[in-house]
Design a protein around this ligand. Structure first.
Ligand code: SAM
Ligand code: DTB
Ligand code: SF4
Length: 353
C-alpha cells in the first residue's frame, strides 16, 4: 500500500481516503492525494495510458484542487541578459554559443519596478525576474533584494531565477520576501549531461534544497523537445514528485529552437506527447501549479486547450519571455475567451476588464 497524505483544497472537507492501486482516490471523493513514492513503472504506465483515460484522470485530479476554468498569469523580465558562463544547449544567453544576443548589465531596480507595474496592469499576478548567471555574486544581492521588495510592494507575487544559490543567498532572498525561486532540472538525470556540461544534475538538486530550507516556494520543471526519450520526461517528473515536498510550481517548457545554439535543429516534440507530459505532471503533483511555459507561440490554440484540459493552470503573458517570443496579449485573450476561461485574480488585484 503506498504511503499517502490527504490534502484538501479549501472547498473540500478534510478526510482520508484509500487510493486505488495507482494511487488515486475515486473521483467523487473530491480529494487530491499527494504522494512522494511514485515508482518508475507506475509513472511510465500513466504517461503511456490510452490518451482518453489519461486526460480524464488528469482533469479529474485537476478539479479536486483547482478551478478548471481559471489560469494564473505570470510575467517574465530578463534583468541581466547574455554572457552566461554555463553551456546549457538550449539557451540563447550562454557565452558558449553564438545566438547573436547583446549581453547587458544588471538592470536598475527602479526600472524593473516600472516594468512590473506595466505587467500588473496587463493582468499578471506574479513577476518573474531572470538573470543569466551561473550564480549571483555578493555584489549582486543588494540590487536584487531591492527588486524583490519593490515588486512585492506593488502587491504582486515575486519569483526569481538567478542560477545556483548558496544556503546563505537563499536565506537573504527569503528574508527580502521573495515568494518563489525558479531552478529547473530540465530533464532526467541520465540525459542531463547531454544538454549541460558545466554543472551536474546534483548541483541543481543542491540549490533546490537550499531554496526549500529557506522557506521560499520552489518553481522547478523542464524542457521537452531536446531529443529526450519519453522515459526522460517521466523520470524528470518523477524526480520532482518524489522530492520531500512537491515544487509548488512546475513549468513545462517546449524547446524554442534558437539559431546558434546546439539544439537549434532539434526534432520538434510530438504535441500529443507534450500533452501527455502535462497530464503526468498534474497527476503526480496534484496540488502544484503546472505552467504551460516557453514555446506557446509555436503551439496551436487546440494544443494549448488540450494542455489546459490536461491540468496546466498557469501561463507567461506578454510578447517576450526572457529573450524569445511569446504569444501577444490579444491572441491569449482571444484564446481564453473562446475557451470560456479567465485569469486567476490575486485577492488584491482587480478582475480583468
Ligand atoms: N540562469 C538561470 C538558470 O538557468 O537557472 C535562469 C534562467 S534560464 C533561461 C530558465 C529556464 O528557462 C531554463 O532552465 C530552461 O528550462 C528554460 N529555457 C531556457 N531557454 C529555453 C529555450 N530556448 N526553450 C525553452 N525553454 C528554455
Ligand atoms: C521557465 O521554466 N521558463 C521560463 C522561466 N522558467 C524563467 C524561461 C523561458 C525562457 C525561454 C527562452 C527565452 O526567452 O530565451
Ligand atoms: Fe545561463 Fe540559465 Fe541560460 Fe543556462 S539557462 S546558459 S544558466 S542563463
Amino acid at each position: 500500500m503506498p504511503q499517502t497524505t490527504a490534502v484538501t483544497s479549501p472547498s473540500f472537507p478534510a478526510h482520508r481516503v484509500e487510493p486505488d492501486r495507482a494511487g488515486f482516490a475515486p473521483a467523487e471523493d473530491g480529494i487530491a492525494v499527494v504522494r512522494h513514492d511514485w515508482s518508475a513503472e507506475e509513472a511510465a504506465a500513466i504517461y503511456h495510458a490510452p490518451f482518453m483515460d489519461l486526460l480524464l484522470r488528469a482533469q479529474t485530479t485537476h478539479r479536486r484542487a483547482f478551478d478548471p476554468n481559471k489560469v494564473q498569469f505570470s510575467k517574465l523580465l530578463n534583468v541581466k541578459a547574455g554572457g552566461c558562463p554555463e553551456d546549457c544547449g538550449y539557451c540563447s544567453q550562454s557565452a558558449h554559443h553564438d545566438a547573436g544576443l547583446q549581453a547587458s548589465k544588471l538592470m536598475d531596480p527602479a526600472q524593473v519596478i516600472e516594468e512590473a507595474k506595466a505587467a500588473k496592469a496587463a493582468g499578471a499576478t506574479r513577476y518573474c525576474m531572470g538573470a543569466a548567471w551561473r550564480s549571483p555574486k555578493a555584489r549582486d544581492m543588494a540590487p536584487v533584494i531591492e527588486m524583490v521588495k519593490g515588486v512585492k510592494a506593488l502587491g504582486m507575487e515575486t519569483c526569481m531565477t538567478l542560477g545556483m544559490l548558496s544556503q546563505d543567498q537563499a536565506r537573504q532572498l527569503a528574508d527580502a520576501g521573495l515568494d518563489y525561486y525558479n531552478h529547473n532540472i530540465d530533464t532526467s538525470e541520465r540525459f542531463y549531461g547531454e544538454i549541460v556540461r558545466t554543472r551536474t544534475f546534483g548541483d541543481r538538486l543542491e540549490t533546490l534544497k537550499h531554496v526549500e530550507a529557506s522557506g521560499m516556494k520552489v518553481c522547478c520543471g523542464g524542457i521537452l523537445g531536446m531529443g529526450e526519450q519519453p522515459l526522460d520526461r517521466v523520470e524528470m517528473l518523477r524526480t520532482l514528485a518524489n522530492l520531500p515536498e512537491h515544487p509548488q510550481s512546475v513549468p513545462v517548457n517546449m524547446l524554442i529552437p534558437i539559431p546558434g545554439t546546439p539544439l537549434a535543429k532539434a526534432e520538434p516534440v510530438d504535441p500529443i506527447s507534450f500533452v501527455r507530459t502535462i497530464a503526468l505532471a498534474r497527476i503526480l503533483m496534484p496540488m502544484s501549479d503546472v505552467r504551460l511555459s516557453a514555446g506557446r507561440s509555436a503551439m496551436t490554440d487546440e494544443m494549448q486547450a488540450l494542455c489546459f484540459f490536461a491540468g496546466a493552470n498557469s501561463i507567461f503573458i506578454g510578447d517576450t519571455l526572457l529573450t524569445a517570443a511569446n504569444p501577444s496579449e490579444d491572441r491569449d485573450h482571444l484564446l481564453l475567451r473562446r475557451l470560456g476561461m479567465e485569469r486567476l485574480a490575486a485577492p488584491d488585484l482587480p478582475a480583468l476588464a
